[in-house]
Design a protein around this ligand. Structure first.
Ligand code: 13P
Length: 289
């Protein structure tokens, strides 16, 4: 199946009270592991690409070529969206031109009026091409590609104003942060999420910083209208752990264990297991139909 916009899969998720996983990709192994897991579990999936990861992989067109090739050659039949994660205005335009099926414009650090104006302009481009667009209100904490947010909470009225522009999905800060949560993290602000959900109605809400949020908080967030959950660091951690275990066991020095196809295999298997665990938790298994 060709790439699809994330709009329809997220509307279905919102109506069906589950969430679709957004998993960030970094290379071929990552992408293949996520796509194979989605296909095995009959789950829709969103492949997230940060601007840094896009550059690392050789540019947005390279990413589009790799993903389209895998969809065809692995005979993937579940809905897959290729989505720019935390895009700048220029990055969003570049991904639209390169063939992404979905973009996030993160104007959360801009003055609100400018966030509105730029989001509006990008919605117009996406609408013409049938792409989905994610906007953000209230910056998400932690560090991502050098952008550091403080984990603030979004203003529900601002969320409504952005939702009313016609975005496909809305990321709103509710005390969530990227990367590992500190020991003293007070948890998600469900009161704020509830207020946002009441004002934005059917709008699919996005929970960034999926790594390390306790399962019961994830379930409650889905109950309160979250339909897309972003996971990045957890896949990186299990990939690194599995690769380290392989090398520490000396397996790279046995026979042809140094072959990258062998060296990177435990990490890829670990990503598959993590993605499966998340899809089961989010309730998206079997929802591709
Ligand atoms: P984590 O790295 O905390 O899982 O966050 C991912 C994310 O929100 C990407 O936008």
């Amino acid at each position: 199946m060709a790439l699809v916009s994330a709009k329809e899969m997220l509307q279905k998720a919102k109506a069906g009270h589950y969430a679709v996983g957004h998993f960030n990709i970094n290379n071929l192994e990552w992408t293949k592991a996520i796509l194979e897991t989605a296909e095995e579990l009959r789950s829709p999936v969103i492949l997230g690409v940060s601007e840094g990861a896009g550059k690392y992989m050789g540019g947005y067109k390279t990413v589009v070529g790799m993903v389209n090739g895998l969809l065809e050659e692995l005979k993937i039949t579940v809905p897959v969206a290729l989505h720019l994660d935390h895009g700048s205005y220029e990055g969003a335009k570049a991904c639209i031109n390169a063939g992404f099926s979905s973009v996030m414009f993160d104007g959360s650090h801009l003055p609100f009026d400018e966030n509105i104006a730029k989001t509006k302009e990008l919605i117009a481009c996406c609408d013409i091409l049938g792409l989905s667009l994610e906007a953000e209100v209230g910056s998400i904490g932690g560090e991502e590609d050098g952008v550091v947010g403080m984990g603030e909470c979004a203003d529900p009225a601002e969320c409504k104003a952005i939702a009313d522009l016609g975005v496909s999905m809305l990321a709103a800060g509710i005390g969530n942060i990227h990367g590992k949560y500190p020991e003293n993290w007070p948890g998600l602000r469900f009161d704020v999420l509830d207020d946002i959900q009441k004002l934005t109605g059917d709008m699919p809400l996005v929970l960034h910083g999926g790594t390390g949020i306790p399962d019961e908080m994830v379930a409650k967030a889905i109950d309160l209208g979250v339909s897309k959950i972003n996971v990045n660091t957890e896949c990186q951690l299990v990939f690194a752990d599995a690769t380290r275990a392989y090398i520490e066991a000396g397996k790279d020095q046995q026979g042809k264990g140094f072959d990258p196809r062998k060296l990177l295999a435990p990490g890829a298997a670990a990503i598959k297991a993590k993605v499966k665990e998340k899809m089961e938790l989010f309730g998206s298994v079997g929802k591709a139909e």
